[in-house]
Design a protein around this ligand. Sequence first.
Ligand code: NDP
Ligand code: HSE
Length: 436
Amino acid sequence: MTDYRTLRVALLGAGAVGSQVAGLLLRHGDELADRAGARLELAGIAVRDPDAERDVDLPQELFTTDAESLIVGSDIVIELIGGLEPAYRLVLEALGSGADVVTANKALLATYGAEIFDAADQVGASVYYEAAAAGAIPIIRPLRDSLAGDRVRRIMGIVNGTTNYILDRMDTEGAEFAAMLTEAKQLGYAESDPTADVEGFDAAQKAALLASLAFHTSVPLERVHREGITHIDPAMVDAARHAGYVIKLLAVCERLDASDSPTGEAISVRVYPALVPREHPLAAVHGANNAVFVEAEAAGDLMFYGAGAGGIQTASAVMGDVVSAARRHMAGGLGVGESTRANLPIVPIGRVTTKYQITLEIDDRTGVLATVAGILSEGRVSIATVDQTVIEDGGVARLVIGTHKAVEQDLSDTVRRLADSGVVERVVSVLRVEGD
Ligand code: NDP
Ligand code: HSE
C-alpha cells in the first residue's frame, strides 16, 4: 500500500448531504487516497446535536459541537451547514487558518461570494463549490475550466428540483400545487424554508453563481430578477399544454451584444416561470431533476442533466471537490480564483427582450379585437399568433396572444393599458416564452 501523506479534513454539518459525505470518506478511504495522492483523514464532524440520528451510521466519537476547534489545523474544511450564519463566520475562519474550503452553500456564496473569494486570495487558499448549483450535475467546472476558451452566450437552466417536481406533476398528472410541495418536502428536495424554492430565491442564488462564472462578472444577488411559481394554477398549466408548451421555472443568464444593448455589451440574469416548447430538451426534464442548457459561441449547444438535489447525489459533487482540493494541496500552486475581469453591466429586467404569451378574457363583441390589436401596436408589441375561444355565449371570449420579441417594459406598459381599456374583463396570465 502506498505511504501517502495524511490531510486532515473537518466536516461541518451531518444532515442530508453531510452524513453521506462522511460515509463516503470513511468507506472509500483507500480508493480516495489513490485518487487524491493523499490520505483523507476525517478529523471530526461539527453538528448542533451530537446524539441526533443520522442517515448513515457514523462513529459517535467523531461528533462535536465545537466547530471552531475542529477547524484549527485542518487542511480541508467541508461546510455543509447551509444558510448564512454560522456558515459565513466558520468559512472565513477556515480560510484564515489557510485551509481550502469545499461548500454546497449557494445562499452563502451568492450573498458573500466576493468577501469569501477575497479572503481565499489573500492566503492563497481555494473555495470549491460544485454542489452549490444543480446538485450532482458537473456544471461549475465545465463553466470555469472546460469552456474557459469559449464565449458563453446564454444559459437556460432548470436549477431547482422542488419547483420542477411540482410543475412536472401538475403538467403530467393534473396534480395540485400544495400537495406536490408537501411531497417534495417529504422527499428531502425542498429547503428547510420551502419559500426559498417556490419563490425562486434558491434558483436566483444558483443563477448568480452560474452567470458570474460564465460571464467573468460579479453578479450580486439583488441584481438577479426573480419571480416564483406560487401563482401558477392548473388552468395555466392546461392552457400551456394545449398551446404546445410546458411551464418551467427557468434561470436565464444571457449575454447581450452591443446590437441588443444601446449601452454596449451587457448581461441579464433572471429567474421566472416560462413557457418552454414541448420539443425543447428542457421540456423533457421530469421530477426533481435539473438541467442546464448552455449556448456557447464555438461549442454550440450543450446540455448538462441529472439529479439536482438529494443527499447522496449531492455528496458526489462535494467529494469531487474534496479530491480536487487534496490534489492541489499536494501539488501546490495557485488556488482556484474567481475571474471578474469582464465585469459587464447587468441590465434591469425592463430592458430584456423576449417573446410573450398573453391570455385575456375580453368582451365578445364587434370591434374589441381591433381595439386590443391597436393597443398592442401602439405599445410596440408585435402579434405573432392569436387564438380566440368563446367561453360564454354572447358574453366573454378567451384570447391567447403570442407575441414576437418585445421589450419587457413596453410589454408591461401595454398589458396595463389593456387591463384599463374597458374591453378586457381580466388579464388571465402573462408568461414569457423561452427556447422558441
Ligand atoms: P441539513 O439541514 O440536512 O443539515 C444541516 C447540518 O448542519 C445538520 O447536521 C446540523 O446539525 C448542522 N448544523 C446546523 N447549524 C449548525 C451549527 N450552528 N453548528 C454546527 N452544525 C450545525 O442540510 P443539507 O445537508 O440538506 O444541506 C447542506 C448544504 O448543502 C446547504 O447549503 C444546502 O443548500 C446544500 N445543498 C443541499 C442539497 C440537498 O439536496 N439537500 C442539494 C444541493 C445543495 P444537526 O444535525 O445536529 O441539527
Ligand atoms: N431545494 C433545492 C432544490 C435543493 O429543490 O433544488 C438543491 O439545491
